[in-house]
Design a protein. Structure first.
Length: 480
């Protein structure tokens, strides 16, 4: 093996089994985790607030499903592109430094977007064939995507600060605050665009980003000393993340399954807002999203209280199949209450699905490479959504929606999907929901599912730490 290759001591299963000496979380770990959790929730609100507002603004001004689909797809494509790189940064640097750097970069991007909005005429910013639209959207999206760096860091702080037996519950709290962030974002993005326009929305985002940064600067995260090999280069760091995934039987299959599940998630990304904005005015749609986001709070709260059961993987697959049932039925008729109820229940399921994957990784993967594994998972899983969004958005706008609005489409599908202005979107939701049902149930019958279930059940209660790491110093000393 060449010197550039990751050392087997970093990633081999034998290393995980032999290393029983794991530093317990500090006594103040839970309190510190809660501070980090709240700050990350605030950061999620700010970044999502602006890119949600961008989507609302563009659709209202252009009425283009293609434009909103491309915006959502581009966001996930950027997440996929940077995911593994973000994971390397989380592993190589202190979590607090990573969070501060991420927030500073977001502030810079949003400030640049505000400058562009002031200097470029609004008509040019909204011209889909012009370069200014794509530059403006790209700057906003990059500023929002960098927030994913903080989310990876947050997942690793669960391992660092929370005892193993409480990690599923902590991941449930993560889902809860993400739901709260989504609820606040949805309501205020719609209201901001409806009453203040895009310019006022950018100003609010910048002020809020500054407040988040100020709070973050006063936080302290007790971390062990990070030891980096002198010959470890960037490509070797990336290979270490991939090798860590391969070292656990079934883990890649879990990531691959979540990737395929995100193919149907891309349908929601491309079409959920256009469908909602067809039924509701923008101000009301934002409120509807905010109310239905209470599902995040309920789902995350249930996970925080009861955990995910003895086998989180089985829990996740069953819930994915059930989410497919919801996706296939919540637009079966153009009834506003049915759509809102379906979104609400769907959002209840999301925290458990996401917490299941995080809990498994936190238990079976060594702490020193968890950032890279989370980044690897983010890259793979996020890559699926833009594929669907880029494919579905033009198909829906140029073929499916016109077909469903035609007499042949109404005659053929009217018995199943009823009547209304968004029956084309409803047909896409129906097909993607059926695909999710099949995906979840089929995965339960695979050998990879059984292997990963065994690996999770037999893994040490705490994610092992490589013996080469300097864990001798106290967390307080490491932070100083």
């Amino acid at each position: 093996m060449s010197q550039e290759e990751p050392s087997s001591a970093d990633i081999e299963t034998t290393d995980r089994q032999q290393t029983a000496a794991t530093e317990a979380p500090p006594k103040s770990g839970h309190r510190t985790f809660m501070h980090v959790l709240v700050n990350t929730a605030l950061a999620n609100v700010v970044t999502s607030f602006l890119w949600f507002a961008l989507t609302f603004w563009v659709y209202l001004e252009t009425r283009s499903v293609l434009a909103t689909g491309l915006i959502g797809g581009t966001y996930m494509l950027l997440v996929a592109f940077f995911g593994l790189f973000f994971g390397v940064l989380v592993d190589r640097y202190r979590k607090h430094a990573v969070m501060v750097g991420s927030t500073l970069f977001t502030v810079a991007c949003f400030a640049l977007a505000g400058t562009m909005f002031l200097l470029v005429p609004e008509a040019e910013l909204l011209s889909l064939s012009g370069i200014w639209f794509w530059l403006f959207a790209l700057v906003v999206l990059i500023g929002a995507v960098v927030e994913q760096l903080r989310n990876i860091a947050l997942s690793t702080t669960v391992t660092l600060l929370v005892p193993a037996e409480r990690r599923a519950n902590a991941n449930g709290l993560v889902g809860t605050v993400q739901g709260l962030a989504f609820m606040i974002t949805s309501v205020f993005s719609g209201l901001a665009i409806g009453f203040l326009g895009m310019g006022g929305t950018i100003v609010i985002s910048l002020v809020a980003c500054g407040a988040v940064l100020g709070h973050l600067l006063f936080l302290r995260i007790p971390e062990p000393k990070i030891v980096r090999a002198q010959d470890r280069e960037s490509f070797a760091e990336l290979r270490a993340g991939i090798a860590a995934v391969r070292a656990t039987q079934g883990l890649f299959a879990l990531i691959l399954f979540t990737t395929f599940n995100n193919l149907t998630g891309g349908v929601f990304m491309a079409l959920m807002d256009p469908y909602g904005l067809t039924i509701f005015p923008v101000e009301i749609w934002g409120v509807v999203l905010g109310v239905t986001a209470t599902g995040f709070l309920i789902g995350g709260g249930l996970v925080a209280k009861f955990g995910l059961g003895k086998n989180p993987i089985r829990t996740m697959l069953v819930l994915v199949a059930f989410s497919g049932v919801l996706g296939a039925t919540f637009t079966i008729r153009e009834w506003w209450w049915l759509y809102a109820l379906g979104i609400w229940i769907y959002m209840m399921l999301i925290p458990a699905v996401e917490a299941a994957e995080q809990t498994v990784i936190q238990k079976v993967v060594p702490y020193k490479v968890q950032g890279r594994v989370f980044g690897f998972a983010m890259t793979f899983e996020a890559a699926a959504a833009p594929i669907t969004a880029f494919l579905i958005a033009p198909l829906a706008e140029f073929w499916i929606i016109p077909y469903m609005n035609s007499d042949p489409g109404k005659q053929r599908w009217g018995w199943l999907l009823g009547e209304g202005d968004a029956r084309g979107i409803a047909l896409v939701f129906l097909v993607s929901g059926i695909a999710s049902i099949f995906l979840g149930l089929a995965a339960l019958a695979t050998r990879s599912y059984r292997r990963l279930s065994v690996a999770y059940a037999t893994a040490p209660e705490s994610a092992p730490v490589d013996p080469g790491d300097d864990r001798g110093e106290s967390p307080a000393a490491a932070e100083s």
